[in-house]
Design a protein around this ligand. Sequence first.
Ligand SMILES: NC(=O)c1ccc[n+]([C@@H]2O[C@H](COP(=O)([O-])OP(=O)(O)OC[C@H]3O[C@@H](n4cnc5c(N)ncnc54)[C@H](O)[C@@H]3O)[C@@H](O)[C@H]2O)c1
Ligand SMILES: O=C/C=C/C=C(\O)C(=O)O
Length: 485
Amino acid sequence: MNLAAPKQILNYIDGQFCDPENGRFMDNVNPATGEVYSQTPDSDADDVQLAVDAAKKAFPAWSTSTPDYRFKILNRIAELIDANLDALALAESNDNGKPLWLSKRVDIPRASDNFRFFATGLMHYASESHSMQGKAINYTLRNPIGVVGCISPWNLPLYLFTWKIAPALAAGNCVVAKPSEVTPMTGYLLCEIAREAGLPDGVLNIVHGGGPHCGASIVSHPEIKAISFTGSTRAGKDIAAVAAPMFKKLSLELGGKNPNIIFADCNWEKMLKTTVQSSFANQGQICLCGSRILVEASIYEQFKTAFVAEVKKLTVGDPLAETSKQGAVVSKTHYEKVLGCIELAKEEGGTVLLGGNALKPEGRCANGYFIEPTIIEGLGPDCRTNMEEIFGPVVSLQSFTTEAEALQLANASDYGLAATIWTENVSRAHRMAAQVHSGIIWVNCWLLRDLRTPFGGFKNSGVGREGGWEALRFFTEPKNVCIEL
Ligand SMILES: NC(=O)c1ccc[n+]([C@@H]2O[C@H](COP(=O)([O-])OP(=O)(O)OC[C@H]3O[C@@H](n4cnc5c(N)ncnc54)[C@H](O)[C@@H]3O)[C@@H](O)[C@H]2O)c1
Ligand SMILES: O=C/C=C/C=C(\O)C(=O)O
């Protein structure tokens, strides 16, 4: 097959590519150039209804198909993603602004890993049984739910879209999915792959459009019984308000304001190298980025000097150039938001140690949305800069003197997604890991992912967990059968 980004993205319903019923399309912009380069459907409730109808029709056959059959198709999708790595990576980079090398090395390989992981996972899925001392035996069936909704954000488009779709399909559900309207391209290309892989019509339906019309129609549809959402805490609240009274199963992966806690006894070289990544990878647009850097006072000045020097070396520019470590942020709206956050940090009394400005590369990217990697210091835990998610190339530094103070600063947040702890003292690492309020703790590493582990956040960072059996459990309905002997 020969995948290429089209000028017009279409919905994919019942195995067919189609215009939205209302005929409306939205501009799709390449953020590295600022140019409109394709059109994407502005779908609404009518399209969601067609997708639900198709999914319902496909459900009886798909949900009762053998694990072996589903394995072969999902694994074939993984193979086709791998075979089309270059085309998908280019599409992702043009749509999102991220460096091409990054989408080639991380985003697209992870999308095929997601399919491969859940394709094989499904082959190992067995029902539990509980014997009652010879009196009775219980066994638990876990059946697919039916039609489920998957809604994902723009920062890791195909990576996060497939992280939901793959377990939903593996478990035997039919899916109505919506990628972010800001980065719809690889979601569209995935449909071509699904068709080529022999996924039956109606099993996966993808509708493109905005949150308020299209996403909200998925959430409120009475026949979509489970919603898996990744995105902002604000949208997560709106979704919960609609879905909870309808008693839908909900998985919400939301924002973060993650602490990166650096003790003086850390492995300095490793910490410094990884902290540059955990601060600025993907232009800081990863929900797991360590945007609050907490440094032990005795090494604060040394860290500050070394960190600023390392970050200064990050080249920002054309995402298609091998030399660009950083690309563009995702959109004009987001660019203005992030620059506004930097202004706010200054108003709050913060000092910009590095960056702080928009950047205009020469040549084809002169009108793109680029921001210098930015480091701020001098702000305490109670200001908006240290409390609100910025989701861009901006980090702040704070210092602490004791472990207790480090913990207090780390937990001074309404969010609780991920934390990183740097120390060579294993007892301290365990103590801190046990007490930091977040769903994911990385000790002496960052974003080291094992797809079997539970993934998700505390507090305003979400509800539920993705990954491994957690995801397969989410996408199934348990039924216990008790037989008296
Ligand atoms: N916890 C995680 O795993 C994780 C991962 C990635 C991103 N995020 C978060 O996502 C945010 C950035 O992504 P974004 O700006 O695309 O988020 P967003 O909430 O604006 O949009 C996410 C998706 O939800 C849709 N949507 C928006 N409002 C909706 C509504 N009311 N009903 C249904 N759908 C709706 C959007 O169209 C999009 O597809 C950040 O807050 C980031 O932390 C979290
Ligand atoms: O931006 C958020 C990143 C989420 C990452 C995952 O969900 C994952 O690695 O599984």
